[in-house]
Design a protein around this ligand. Structure first.
Ligand SMILES: [Zn+2]
Length: 310
């Protein structure tokens, strides 16, 4: 693992190298940036990643369009070429429908939206969003960062004892897209994929539960959306997901393609594609991230570390 300090150094150095040079020569994995949200005001439930404003998002897209050809999911999966990119957005937040999709349509950019069926129609709230609300309202200390996993009743109890209702928050703020909005995105030509049932920490789950999270969310996707390509993106990270799990979901035809979040890298699983997180704690913009990823790829290629092992 490269230390945070070294990454910052690599990022700083990379800014001096023209992107054309960084992208020349060797073969690169497909370029797959992903975001969650674009909003001019930061929603109370989001405090663990940077929220792009519409102005900055538009600027970033224009920057990416200077260097990459935006293509749909089918093209990047089946006929990838070096100059192509495919954008995706995780978690199925309402901004995907209200803000992101209109901007993408205006600029002619295809994209995939990964949704968690447990949250669609604002049925429940992601546990990290619950924590954020409690932190923003002073119930939890932000710097305390006590870890609350998926299905930990403690967050609900804390809310209750402080007269905070997550159900009320969901109905007041409607943070997620409805199924009909998701279907509209699909009708507009965007692809829809699954993102687990309720965004669990897979690394804390036994194999059978990891499998169930994929199986049930993919079954929901097929019965409600019936996409041409069955795509799944792992919540948080695909780090540590076993080869056996990939093999089982593929052999049972649950997925055609999966996505991780490890940056510009190949994966030993050929149908698992790694994406580039764009909302980073370092608050880097697209230009900085792109230069960093390609320079970091070059640096790692010197020590042959560009493939995620399983
Ligand atoms: Zn997610």
């Amino acid at each position: 693992m490269t230390s945070e300090k070294n990454k910052i150094l690599i990022a700083a150095l990379s800014q001096f190298i023209p992107l054309a040079l960084l992208r020349s020569g060797q073969k690169h994995p497909p370029f797959l940036p992903f975001y969650h949200v674009v909003n001019d005001t930061v929603p109370e439930h989001i405090n663990s990643y940077e929220v792009r404003s519409t102005t900055n998002f538009r600027k970033e897209l224009d920057y990416l369009l200077k260097y990459f050809l935006p293509v749909d999911l089918e093209t990047i999966v089946n006929k990838p070429k070096k100059n192509m990119m495919h954008l995706s957005f995780d978690d199925g937040l309402e901004e995907c429908y209200t803000t992101i999709a209109p901007i993408l349509k205006e600029k002619g950019i295809p994209a995939t939206f990964f949704v968690s069926p447990g949250f669609v129609d604002n049925k429940t709230l992601f546990h990290r969003f619950k924590r954020a609300i409690l932190e923003e309202r002073g119930v939890l200390i932000k710097s305390g960062r006590k870890f609350f996993a998926h299905e930990t009743p403690e967050l609900d109890q804390l809310a209750k004892s402080n007269n905070i209702s997550f159900a009320q928050y969901l109905s007041d703020h409607q943070p997620y897209m409805s199924l009909s909005q998701i279907k509209e995105l699909q009708a507009d030509g965007f692809t829809i994929g699954a993102h687990s049932i309720d965004h669990a920490e897979f690394w804390l789950l036994p194999y059978s539960e990891q499998f169930r999270q994929i199986e049930e969310s993919m079954n929901w996707l097929v019965s409600n959306i019936n996409p041409d390509i069955k795509a799944f993106s792992f919540p948080f990270t695909d780090d540590g997901i076993s080869k056996a799990l990939f093999e089982e979901v593929k052999s049972k035809k649950l997925v055609d393609v999966c996505f991780g979040t490890a940056g510009l890298k190949y994966d030993t699983i050929p149908f698992n594609l790694q994406r580039i997180p764009m909302e980073r704690k370092q608050k880097w913009d697209a230009q900085k991230i792109v230069h960093f990823e390609y320079f970091y790829y070059f640096v790692r290629s010197l020590v042959a570390k560009n493939t995620v092992a399983r």
